[in-house]
Write a protein that binds this ligand. Sequence first.
Ligand code: SF4
Length: 317
Amino acid sequence: MNALISDDGLQCPEPPHATAHRRVNDHSRGEHATAIIYPVVARRSHGLSLGINLFPARKICTYNCPYCEVHPFANEVDDLQAGMVEQALRHFFEHEWPQMASVMPLKDICISGNGEPTCSPVLEDALQACDRVLRELEARDTAWGKVPVVLITNATGFLKPEIKAMLARYAASMRLEIWAKLDGGTQELHGMLSGSAYRFEDIVHGITSFAREHPLTIQTMVCRDSRSGRLLFDLEEYAAVIRHMWAQGAQLTAIQLYTLARPPVESWVEGLEDAAMRQLGRALADQLSDVQISCYGRYQELEMEPAGSPMDSAWQS
Ligand code: SF4
């Protein structure tokens, strides 16, 4: 049976048109692994999200996270060129969305895919394409005015002035939400989790500097090293970093704690059970009462433990 893909790797009920969706032979959009756009049922979007993959040919990223769920690959397709995302979006909304619309609403258009979007030379072109297409849809139906474009980034782009300025322009001129990665809470954990030489304090500074002008959401992976059982997240240090960012004027709309949903690149990375995630979310919320914290387990968004619940610190063991 065919199925829409969920971001958890789950099989989700498929609308009848979905087979046709995949059959469309549009080389600019590609098929399956080479798709430029792909509808997914996303935990963190709370529904259907239209993904835009800027890297159909191969994974390109400034990090090398051991928990990454994009395994190295090579497809025999060309890198994206300007205009291809817009062509793919128009094709989708004209030919496929009319059948899909009755199944579930579209929550967002999400630019992420097989790597770090700010590494792509067509990111700005893709943002413009999303903006144009959404404005046209909104002119026909005002409900589209609620659909944002979400850019999921590992935050290294904030360290490049030209990327930071470009994102700031679009954050100010369109419905662009930026979800920025911040893991671990210390230099040591950040180094381990990003597999990079980027300094944690530079990443924190980059996010803070951007978020002074444009609110953003923080995304934080919580996982364990199965070889030692160590939790790769320092709650106290992380909370202190977030408070420091606030003190510096960062506008943090929300924090999303999530754990592994699919097999990681490194087999020693282990996700947390739901009970541990619930407790961890509560413990963080107790430390950071001024920000909305959401918790995502492997399959779904989780209710955090209620305030004042007795806790056995399940996440620590
Ligand atoms: S930043 Fe994202 S795409 Fe890049 S290695 Fe990490 S998890 Fe993978």
